[in-house]
Design a protein around this ligand. Structure first.
Ligand code: SAH
Length: 235
């Protein structure tokens, strides 16, 4: 499988299924990777496992693929959400890419009192997540939601999901693996306000956790926090 091209598609995958690529995927196959009709690629859609598919037709802006054989069944994945306060564009892109690689099942941008960025291009973030999923051999895409305010997220929090909140200087234990479903919350560069910290502490599903003695940039905190949260099963 190493070196073979993996593409995410939305269409159902089964033997004989024919799939039309997006223009970007056709460009990638034809122009970037110089593939030709008759060669194979890997496909996944988040539901039907991984399939070998043959390139049936290929132009610069469109291609048709024929699914032939299921190579891997759909595997269970960890159910860990990431809640993070949007950062500057490059840092936000990095967070979405790394959270996808680290297996986050959903990415929920959260607006806090000290969040400066409020405008997010979700299409762009979804494209980044798709590319990361294709490259890291995960079988699903994280769900990327619209940004919501922290109080609204806390008020509507689903029962049974632990919210591990990364809090610097909080004398809390280090982030450790939690049973799924779980979520990691990382604050903005300016940190949470005292009011937000009080609100977090009032909710029984919130667990305060540390990422060590140094104050990390938010994007670093996301990467370390997700890695520690799922370290138990390598999820
Ligand atoms: N400006 C703040 C730091 C914010 S760091 C200050 O100097 O106090 C951005 C976010 O990363 C924080 O809200 C927190 O969620 C997370 N974070 C950074 N370092 C951390 C640590 N050592 N432990 C837990 N969370 C941390």
């Amino acid at each position: 499988m190493s070196g073979s091209i993996r593409l995410y598609v939305e269409a159902p995958l089964h033997a004989g299924a024919e799939i039309a690529t997006t223009p970007a995927q056709a460009h990638y196959l034809a122009t970037v990777m110089r593939r030709a009709v008759g060669e194979t690629v890997r496909l996944f859609n988040g539901r039907d496992g991984e399939w070998d598919a043959r390139i049936l037709a290929l132009r610069r802006d469109r291609a048709r693929l024929g699914a032939e054989r299921q190579m891997l069944p759909q595997a269970p994945e960890p159910d860990i959400w990431l809640l993070f306060a949007p950062l500057k564009r490059d840092a936000t892109d990095l967070v979405v890419q790394k959270a996808t690689e680290l297996g986050a099942s959903a990415i929920l941008p959260v607006l806090t009192e000290r969040t400066n960025t409020t405008r997010l291009n979700l299409d762009r973030l979804r494209a980044i997540a798709t590319e990361a999923a294709e490259q890291c051999e995960r079988q699903t895409l994280p769900r990327i939601e619209e940004a919501r305010r922290l109080p609204a997220l806390l008020a509507e929090w689903p029962a049974g999901r632990t919210l591990v909140s990364a809090l610097e200087r909080a004398a809390a234990p280090l982030v450790r693996p939690h049973a799924c479903p779980a979520a990691l919350l990382v604050g903005p560069e300016g940190g949470f306000t005292d009011m937000e910290l009080d609100a977090l502490r009032r909710h029984p599903f919130v667990v305060a956790a540390s990422l060590g003695p140094r104050i990390l940039r938010a994007e670093t905190a996301v990467i370390v926090g997700l890695a520690l949260l799922q370290a138990a099963d390598g999820g």
